[in-house]
Design a protein around this ligand. Sequence first.
Ligand code: HXC
Length: 523
Amino acid sequence: MGADLQKNTTKGKISAFCEKKEALKLMGGKKQTKKQHDSNKLTARERLAILFDEGTFQEVQLFVQHRSSLFDLDKKEIPSDGVITGFGKVNGRTVFAAAQDFTSSGGSLGEMHAKKIWKVMDMAIAAQKPFIALNDSGGARIQEGVPALDGYGGIFYRNTIGSGYIPQITAIMGPTAGGAVYSPALADWVFMVKGSSYMYITGPDVIKAIIGEEVTHDELGGAVAHATKSGVCHFVTENDTDCIEKIKNLLSYLPDSCHSLLPLVDCTDSAERSCPELDDVIPDKAARTYDMKKIIKAVADNGEVFELHELWAQNMIVALIHIMGKPVGVIANNSRFTAGALDVNASDKASRFIRFCDAFNIPLLTFADVPGYMPGTNQEWNGIIRHGAKLLHAYAEATVPKITVVTRKDYGGAYIGMCSKQLGADYVMAWPTAEIAVMGAEGACNIIYRSEIAAAADPEAKRAELIAAYEDKFNNPYFAASLGIIEEIIAPRDTRKRIVTLLDALKDKKEIRLPKKHNNIPL
Ligand code: HXC
C-alpha cells in the first residue's frame, strides 16, 4: 500500500496522531532546549516531571495553536502555543498546573496561550484543587497585541475568583515582565529561582531611558531583591529542582480548597512533651534579644518549621508547623530585628499570612514579644496607621482557632495587634516573664510622674523608685490575669502541651459573622 493510502487507514491515522503528538511535545526543539539548559533552566516539561508523581501528569489542550496572522505570525509555528497545561498528582493529591515554555517563542503569552491557562484554572476552581503556575515568559506576545492583554486580564480575573478558595502558587523561573507580574502578585505564594528569574514592571533599559537610573536585571527584580526589599517573593530557591521541591513541601501543609479538610501527616511527636529548654530562652535583661525561632521549633512536631517570607520584614516571623500532625500557622515577633516592633512591612507580612490561614482553615498561633509600633516620620509617612490597621482587621476577621502566647513584652497598641483577647483570641496565655502594659515602665513614668520627678531632691533616685513601682504593678502578667484579660500564666516548658490541648479543644470551633458582601480591609 502507498504511503498516502496508508494515511487513510485507522492505523495510519493513529500513527500520524502519535507522530504529531511527539513532535509537539518537543516544544521549541533541541536548539532552544540547549539554550534553556545553558541558562541553568529546565524546560517546562522537565519541570512538570519533577512536580508531578511519575506517570500521573495528564496534559490538556496539547494541540492548541495560535490563530494570529499579524506581523507574519501565521508563518510561525509555536508548539502548544508556548505553554503546557494539565493536572496530575503531587504526593498523591490532585493539583492543576500551567508551565510556560521559554523554548517556544520565549513562552510569550498570546490569546490561545492564555486560553489554555484559563482552562486549567477553571478546572482547578471547579474541582477545588490547588493551582500552580510555573512562569518563564517574555510577557505579552508583542505581535498579537490586545488579545494578549485580554488574555492576561482573564488570568487575573481567575486568580481573584480563586483567591481564598483554592491555594495558588506561582514559581518565577525565568523572565516575568510588565503586567505579567500581576498574576504572581495575585497568587498566594511566589517562589523565585536565584540567578535565573526576575520580575519587574519595567526593565533596566526603559528605566535608564526614562529616569536615567542604571540597574541590572538582577538588582532590579531578581529573587533576592524581591525577597529582601519588595516582599513580592516569599521563597528564594537555588535552582529549578529546589524550587519545585519547596513548592511540594509547602503544598503538604495546605488543604485542597477552603472546603477541604486540612492534610494530616503521621505524628511521631508526643502530646505530653515538655520543653524544658524554653525555661531558659528569655534573657534576664529586658533589653537583650533572643531567638524566637527556638520557641517555634520547640513547640512544633519534631522541631520542624516551614518558614515563609523569611528574608523580608524579619521583625515578624510567619511559619507553618504541624501540631499533632495538623497544620498550624505561626505569627511571632522577632526581637532580633528592630526589637520586634511592628512596622509597615511586618504588619503587611503578618496580615496577609493571617488571612491566608483563615481562608484555608489553618489555626493561628501567635507568640507576642512586641515593644510597640515603630515610631518616626518614615513609618508615619509610609502609613503605619493604614498598614497597622490591616493587622487588627486580619486578626479580628479570622474565625479559625486563635491562640496567643505572650513571652515577654506586649505593649500598647501592638499588644492588641498581636491578637489580644478583644481581637478574638480564643485563649491567651502568658509566660511569667510577660510584661503586659500600655508602655514600658521608663517611658510611662517619665510621662505620668514628670513633675514629681522634677520636684524631687534627687530626681534620678525618684525616677528609679517610680519605675520600680510601675514595673511591679504592670510589667508582669498578673494584672492582666487578675482581670481575665489573659486566661492563664504557664511555665514556658508547658507551652507545647497546652497548645496541643487547646487546639484539640477548639478543633470544631465555629464563628458565624454578620451576613454582608465582604469586609473592607484597609489596604
Ligand atoms: C513575542 C517574544 C517575546 C514577546 C520573547 N519573545 N519575548 N515574542 N513577544 N514578548 C521571543 C523572541 O522573539 C525569541 O523568538 C524568543 O522569544 C526568545 O527570546 P530572546 O530575546 O532570544 O531571548 P533572551 O535573549 O533570553 O531574552 C529574553 C527577554 C527578551 C529578556 C525576555 O526576549 C525580551 O526582552 N522580551 C520582551 C520582554 C517584554 O518587554 N515583555 C513585556 C511585553 S508587555 P525566536 O523566534 O527568535 O525564538 C507585557 C504587558 C503585559 O507583557 C500586560 C498585562 C496586563
